[in-house]
Design a protein around this ligand. Structure first.
Ligand code: ME8
Length: 490
C-alpha cells in the first residue's frame, strides 16, 4: 500500500519530531524541525484528519548525566527541569503537539522491553565483543576514517573514547536485502530524494551489526534479564514513536511522517525500519529531513555553543514571523544560514509591507462601509477566481512535496496580485458605491483565501485576518481592521 492510500483509509495523520537531547536548551535548529512538523500537523488537521503530533525529550543518554553533574544537580531533578523547559518552549512558540514524550516514563520502558523481547525472539539480538571509538556528542561509534586527521570527531571536535566491552548486538546485517526491497517499493520513503539515494548507496555498500547495549553504565534502560547492561540510547529512543500511540496503535497506524535533520537520517531510514521488521511491525510512511541551520557557515549545536534562541527571536518578531522566516528562507532539504539581518529584511519586506500592508489597506477601506458590503453584487471576477485557484492548487501541491518555501511563494504571488489591484484601482478614491462594493468583495475574498491558506504556516496572523472579515447570515460582509499585524522593525 502506498502512502496516499494509508492517508485516505484512516483519516488519521501521525507526525513526529526527533526527541531531543536535554544537555541544553532548545535552539532554532530544533525549532525548525518542530515547526516543520507543526505545519504538516495543522495542514492535515485543516483537511479534517485526526492528528497525532508528538515531540519530546531523549533522557537516557549518557550526556544527560554529564550535563546534570556539570550543573551540580541530581539527574531526576535536572530532567524534570529540562522537560519543563523544552515543552514550555514549544508551548510559547505555539506548537500544537498532542503529546510530549519523556523516555524515562513508565509507558516507554514497557514498550522498549516489549520491542527488545520481539527482536530477541526473532533471533536478532546476540552477545558479542565490541571495540570501537565512541563519540558522546553523537551517542554513537565512529569509524576511524570518519575522524579528522588529528583523531577528533569532525562535528563535536572532541576525541572519541576507545571502548572495549561485551555488548548485545542487533543483527542489522541480516536486513540489507529486506531494506533494499522496501526502498524499491516505497519510492518516497525518504525525502528529499537525493538523501534517499545516499541511504540506498549506504545500505548497498553492506551493513554491519550494531552494538545495542552498553556495559556497566549507571544510566539508561536495563537490558531485560541482564542488569549489567543498559540498552543503547538510540535503540531506546527510536521506540518512542511506538510508545506515543502504544503497540496496538502503531500496528493499526504507524507514523506517517518522521521529521528530522540529516544528522540522524541513517538511524531513522536504516536502523529503525530494520528494528521494526525484526519485531514484525509495520514501517513508517516517510522520513523527511532538513539540512542544517548554520551560523556563518558552521552548524549550530549545543556542543559548539553557537546557538540562537528561538524564544528570543519570537519575543522580538513574533511566532509567526519566526515560522515564516525559517520556512521561506530555507529551501527544504538544503542547509540554511541564519542571520538576523536577513530575518529583519524578510520581515519588513514580506510581512510588514507585503501581507501586513495588503491586509491593512483592504480592511481599512472595507471598515469604512457603514453596514458592511451588502450581498447581491456581481460574482467573483475571473482574475480573482483564477488568482485564488492558482494559489490554492500550487500551495497544496508544494506542501505535499515539503516545498514549504515554494508553497509560501505561491501565497505571496496572490498577495502581490491583490496589491497591484489595490494600487491600479486606487480603491480609496472610488466614489461609485456599486463599483466600490464589487471591488471590496473581490479583495476581501482574496484576503480571506490568503489567510486560510496561511493557517498552517502562520496560525496567529491567519486567525486575526479571518476574524476581521465577518460574514453575516444574510450575506453582508463587514470588516474591522485589526491592530497592525507586523509592526516594522528597525
Ligand atoms: O539526535 N539545524 O537529538 P538532538 C537543523 N536525541 N536542525 C537541527 C540543528 C541544526 N543546526 N541542530 C539540531 C538527537 N537540529 C536524538 C534524536 S530521535 C529518536 C532521537 C534538530 O538533540 C534536527 O531535528 O541532537 C536534528 O535532527 C535534531 O535536532 C537532533 O537533535
Amino acid at each position: 500500500m502506498d502512502h496516499q492510500d494509508r492517508q485516505g483509509t484512516h483519516g488519521e495523520f501521525y507526525v513526529t519530531t526527533p526527541i531531543y537531547y536535554v544537555n541544553d536548551k532548545p535552539h532554532i535548529g530544533h525549532a525548525y524541525s518542530t515547526i516543520v512538523a507543526d505545519v504538516l500537523a495543522r495542514w492535515r488537521e485543516a483537511q479534517g484528519e485526526h492528528v497525532v503530533f508528538s515531540t519530546g525529550v531523549d533522557e537516557n543518554a549518557q550526556k544527560t548525566v554529564d550535563a546534570a553533574a556539570k550543573q551540580g544537580e541530581e539527574v531526576g531533578a535536572y530532567l524534570d527541569r529540562m522537560a519543563e523547559l523544552w515543552s514550555g518552549t514549544w508551548a510559547k512558540l505555539g506548537i500544537a503537539n498532542t503529546d510530549f514524550i519523556r523516555t524515562t516514563e513508565e509507558r516507554h520502558l514497557e514498550v522498549v522491553r516489549d520491542m527488545w523481547g520481539r527482536m530477541e525472539a526473532a533471533g536478532d539480538i546476540y552477545k558479542g565483543q565490541y571495540q570501537g571509538l565512541y563519540c558522546k556528542g553523537h551517542e554513537a561509534f565512529l569509524k576511524e576514517d570518519e575522524l579528522t586527521p588529528d583523531g577528533l570527531c569532525p562535528e563535536h571536535k572532541t576525541a572519541p573514547e576507545l571502548v572495549t566491552e561485551e555488548n548485545y548486538f542487533f543483527k542489522l546485517s541480516a536486513y540489507q536485502e529486506k531494506l533494499l526491497d522496501f526502498y524499491e517499493t516505497h519510492g518516497d520513503f525518504v525525502a528529499p530524494s537525493h538523501r534517499f539515494n545516499d541511504i540506498r548507496a549506504f545500505v548497498e555498500h553492506g551493513l554491519e551489526d550494531v552494538s545495542f547495549s552498553r556495559e556497566n553504565k549507571e544510566w539508561g534502560i536495563p537490558v531485560p534479564n541482564d542488569p549489567h547492561q543498559v540498552i543503547y540510547v538510540w535503540a531506546d529512543a527510536l521506540v518512542n514513536y511506538i510508545t506515543v500511540v502504544g503497540m496496538e496503535g502503531w500496528e493499526a497506524h504507524p507514523a506517517d511522517i518522521h521529521v528530522m535533520a540529516k544528522d540522524i537520517l541513517k538511524f531513522h531510514a536504516v536502523i529503525w525500519p530494520a528494528m521494526l521488521m525484526s519485531a514484525g511491525l509495520p514501517l513508517p510512511g516517510q522520513v523527511i529531513c532538513t539540512g542544517f541551520l548554520t551560523i556563518d557557515g558552521t552548524k549550530m549545536s549545543k556542543s559548539l555553543g553557537n546557538v540562537v534562541d528561538p524564544l528570543d527571536l519570537a519575543a522580538r518578531y513574533g511566532n509567526d514571523a519566526l515560522r515564516y522566516f525559517l520556512l521561506r528562507e530555507v529551501s527544504f532539504g538544503d542547509d540554511g544560514d541564519f542571520s538576523e539581518a536577513k530575518m529583519k529584511e524578510r520581515y519588513n519586506a514580506d510581512l510588514a509591507n507585503g501581507l501586513g500592508n495588503f491586509a491593512a489597506r483592504v480592511l481599512a477601506v472595507a471598515e469604512k462601509q457603514q453596514g458592511g458590503i451588502p450581498p447581491g453584487g456581481p460574482a467573483l471576477a475571473p482574475e480573482f477566481a483564477e488568482a485564488i485557484r492558482t494559489m490554492r492548487h500550487t500551495a497544496a501541491a508544494r506542501l505535499g512535496q515539503f516545498r514549504f518555501s515554494d508553497a509560501l511563494a505561491a501565497v505571496w504571488a496572490a498577495i502581490a496580485f491583490g496589491d497591484r489591484y489595490v494600487n491600479d484601482k486606487k480603491i480609496w478614491e472610488i466614489k461609485d458605491e456599486a463599483e466600490l462594493y464589487a471591488v471590496l468583495a473581490n479583495l476581501l475574498a482574496l484576503l480571506d483565501a490568503v489567510a486560510q491558506e496561511l493557517a498552517p504556516f502562520m496560525p496567529e496572523a491567519s486567525r486575526k485576518i479571518r476574524a476581521a472579515i465577518v460574514h453575516g447570515s444574510d450575506g453582508t460582509v463587514t470588516a474591522a481592521k485589526p491592530d497592525v499585524l507586523f509592526p516594522r522593525v528597525k
